[in-house]
Design a protein around this ligand. Structure first.
Ligand code: ADP
Ligand code: ZN
Length: 833
């Protein structure tokens, strides 16, 4: 097995004395190497890097892999197997993609196969459950061996068999030779469709047969049909449609629109008056552009030209524009220029499900030049986008997508926009590759010489530091668009309001008054509570015990609607018990509160108002977000309660009040970024208020009104926040000064895990001394029945990151060579924040 070869090891330079041709293949698995397969000369002449091949792997697996390299070096330690099939006529992965994936694998310490698996729509990567069918023309049973006959017989009862089933039938492991022999003897066929799980969407059309098109033929036709009035009517409709649009006539709409029977059309097809044909269609259609991009304000224009000037000097620029400043419109102008040159733009968004507003806005400007790459789209839809981008089709010039869109096969990418650069959803935590899409996008842009424009109202600390270091250009936009201004922010001291009994449920009197005012003015209200469910914890008032998840070390959350307890880590649920499971007293009580409880309190407080809720529980389906967002936009909902989903780039003109129910849980979260994140979240949520002429209001309820972050949010002091946080990061040795790599070990046996984690901690300390933290159990120390231990390696500013990773890999390999540790899951997360 070859390690990944350096580029200069080109096969042209090697003497051709050695027989044979080989390819190195990336297979979508976690092993840290490529695999070499043998090909014949004809195949060698045909195969190109980036094509798919079906290859045997292990005893009886077949994988689809990507050709990484073509050469003439036989592997030294094993005999190369032959490939099964070449699956493409042209590469479906470009060389620059492979180069980028390689960077991701190296930097984030995972295998190229894991990157491949994250990168390609799985329909293109069939791990073939090779489907085998019988060849019905085969009759000469006598030539079969006993084993072969068993398969032949099984195929009389089963329409298809796969490798796994055949292995079971023969109860032996090496079945591929038998399958091959059956193929040679033409007993069976391999179902070829297996390699093309992608099925194009075919639409059936009808047209008049050629011989009826001639002059005067129509009269004759109608006379012929005089005794079939329905068919005659259908023909007349057909002429009407064709006369109007001169476009192909799709069968289904034609039948439906004219209230015809399918049989009528079928009769016309049978009589050879009509004929049918199919056209392959795109599954996702965008309408035509219908509006010009709005003219920019003076401030926006200035920012736009600053961006352009910045790009003449630097490749990366940050647009630091306050909420509602109209960053999208600035992007749109840039995009337009690039599209007009026939080049591609990638528009990254943190979470595509939340961007229905953005997509409709872009669609109005750019129409069918947009392609959206969306994990909630079906496989076929994603394959289509992939192919369109690869072929640089005009309908795939502006690609909008969440983090995995950085893996698409661009070939004329000129600009990457990273909208809401600070958002956590750009980071993938599980599974590997544990990459940060913003950072990976910057590297991609560097490799292919594209530009990056990041936009945000609240830059992440590391990005702002890069601006300070003059790695990125900074463009500021401090004015909201139009006459709207930033909302006024007011802090309500909860310890005081509770003491003075000025609370109704979880609402302070002040917040309630403002809600009433807004509703009276027919304005809308958004309430933010970063916790879903009814109450986070159920606790027994007699014995103090709270029901725990059986699979995870975490308390269950009470959901009132279904009256059940759920685990937010593994999805476990159980009915709410009537008595405390520990002491049997009927004294279970709820502590804390979530979105669901707020919704119910609001229903009581405002019985004649419409309350909506937006959180993980209410937004499951493909269109669920869209439904809630558009009904709020249509003002069918008066008060919208939600989790942090609400902070993300939504634009509602009629919201005059935003309430943050409790800022403290966020601020007290045990994480070195808790303060930075709280600042970002609060500024972003506040930004949803007052996007029209009247100044909006924000109320933040808290037990700590003097907390420096709350003061900074109130006064909109980003720079003060940045300076203070940087000082803390330096004092406590955190990023961006120090880099972090997190190691997570998981196993179902706690003792085994514990010993292994201690061993690992010791070995790491040999190299990294005091820069190793842990092992320690995370806040939730067991999830889905696996115990968890974390270790963190801090990399001081002067230490080489590359060398650190090399050492770490050595230790990892040693760890995994110890027999009893082999079953322990070992995850690496580089920049785990
Ligand atoms: P941001 O993303 O910076 O928070 P948006 O791009 O959502 O701000 O813009 C805020 C609002 O102002 C949107 O409703 C947008 O349509 C409107 N807007 C921004 N710029 C213009 C413009 N030049 N002409 C008309 N409307 C604009
Ligand atoms: Zn659980």
């Amino acid at each position: 097995m070859t390690e990944i070869m350096p580029e200069n090891n080109d096969f042209e330079n090697i003497s051709f004395l050695k027989e044979g041709f080989y390819i190195d293949v990336i297979i979508p698995i976690a092993l840290q190497r490529l695999f070499t397969y043998q090909i014949n000369e004809a195949e060698a002449n045909f195969i190109q890097v980036g094509m798919r091949v079906a290859v045997p792997f292990g005893k009886n697996k077949i994988y689809t892999g990507i050709v990484y390299k073509i050469h003439q070096n036989a592997p030294e330690v094993y005999e190369a197997k032959e490939i099964h099939h070449i699956l493409d006529e042209n590469p479906i992965v470009t060389k620059s993609q492979i180069k980028h994936w390689q960077w991701i694998a190296n930097y984030y310490m995972c295998s190229l196969g894991e990157v491949l698996r994250a990168a390609i729509p799985s329909a293109l990567l069939l791990q073939s459950e090779t489907k085998i069918i019988k060849n019905s023309s085969f009759t000469n049973e006598k030539i079969l061996t006993d084993q072969e006959f068993l398969i032949f017989e099984a195929l009389q009862y089963h329409a298809t068999l796969n490798v796994e089933k055949i292995t079971a039938i023969l109860s032996r492991k090496t079945v591929l030779p038998i399958i091959k022999s059956l193929l040679d003897k033409e007993v069976i066929l391999v179902q070829e469709v297996l390699y093309e799980k992608y099925t194009p969407k075919l639409v059936k059309y009808i047209r008049l047969k050629k011989n009826w098109e001639a002059e005067g033929k129509l009269q004759e036709l109608l006379e012929n049909l005089s005794r079939a009035p329905k068919q005659r009517e259908a023909v007349l409709h057909y002429f009407q449609v064709i006369g109007k649009s001169h476009k192909p006539v799709p069968l289904t709409p034609f039948v439906k629109d004219h209230k015809l029977a399918y049989n009528t059309v079928k009769a016309l097809l049978d009589k050879e008056i009509f004929e049918s044909y199919v056209i392959q269609e795109d599954r996702i259609k965008m309408g035509k552009a219908s509006q010009q991009i709005p003219v920019l304000s003076t401030y926006q224009n200035k920012a736009l030209s600053e961006v352009k000037i910045a790009f003449t000097k630097k490749d990366i620029a940050v647009l630091h524009g306050i909420t509602g400043s109209g960053k999208t419109e600035i992007y749109a102008h840039l995009i337009k220029e690039i599209l007009s040159q026939g080049k591609q733009v990638l528009y990254l968004v943190p979470e595509i499900a939340l961007t229905t507003q953005l997509i409709s806005r872009l669609q109005v400007y750019f129409g069918d030049q947009i392609s959206v790459f969306h994990s909630r789209y079906t496989m076929n839809e994603r394959v289509e986008v992939w192919q369109n981008i690869l072929q640089n089709k005009s309908k795939a010039r502006l690609i909008v997508g969440a983090r995995s869109a950085i893996f698409l096969p661009f070939n004329k990418l000129e600009l990457i926009i990273v909208d809401e650069e600070h958002e956590t959803s750009y980071k993938q935590f599980d599974p590997a590759p544990r990459y940060h899409a913003r950072d990976a996008a910057i590297v991609l842009a560097k490799q292919i010489k594209a530009k990056v424009l990041m936009g945000t109202a609240t830059p992440s600390i590391e990005t702002y530091q890069n601006i300070r270091d003059e790695k990125y250009a900074l463009i500021k936009l401090d004015k909201r668009f139009g006459s709207s201004v930033l909302p006024e922010i007011e802090l309500v001291n909860l310890s005081e309001t509770y003491r003075k009994k000025r609370m109704a449920g979880h609402f302070s009197e002040r917040l309630l008054t403002l809600i009433r005012e807004s509703l009276q003015n027919k304005e809308q209200v958004i309430l933010f509570q970063n916790r879903r469910g009814f109450a986070p914890i159920v606790e027994c008032n007699s014995c103090g015990i709270s029901p725990q998840c059986p699979n995870c070390d975490v308390s269950l959350t009470y959901h009132k609607f279904k009256n059940d307890l759920r685990c937010h880590y593994c999805g476990f649920s159980a009915p709410m018990p009537k008595q405390c499971p520990a002491c049997q007293n009927p004294t279970l009580d709820t502590k804390g509160f979530g979105t669901e409880q707020l919704e119910l309190e609001l229903v009581e407080l405002f019985p004649d108002k419409k309350i909506g809720r937006m959180d993980f529980d209410t937004t499951r389906g493909k269109y669920a977000f869209h439904r809630i967002i558009s009904s709020f936009q249509a003002q069918e909902i008066d008060i919208l309660v939600g989790t942090q989903m609400l902070s993300k780039g939504l634009d509602f003109t009629n919201v005059s009040l935003v309430g943050v129910m409790n800022a403290d849980t966020m601020l007290n979260f045990p994480d070195f970024r808790a303060h930075e994140r709280s600042f970002q979240m609060l500024v972003q949520v506040s930004g949803r208020a007052g996007r029209a002429e009247k100044r909006g209001k924000v109320v933040i309820q808290t037990f700590n009104p003097y907390h420096q972050i709350l003061q900074q949010v109130t006064l909109n002091e980003y720079d003060t926040m940045f300076k203070e946080q940087m000082l803390e990061r330096w004092n406590f040795k955190y990023p961006p000064y120090y880099r972090l790599i997190k190691i997570t070990l998981k196993h179902k046996d706690y003792n085994k895990l514990n010993t292994a984690a201690d061993w690992l901690g010791q070995s790491l300390r040999n190299y990294f001394k005091d820069w190793v933290l842990g092992p320690s159990s995370p806040a939730v120390g067991r999830v889905r029945n696996l115990y968890i231990k974390d270790l963190i390696i801090k990399i001081p500013p002067e230490q080489s990151i590359k060398l650190t990773k090399e050492k770490l890999l050595q230790v990892k390999n040693h760890f995994q060579s110890i027999g009893t540790y082999r079953s322990i899951r070992f995850n690496l997360d580089v920049d785990n924040y």
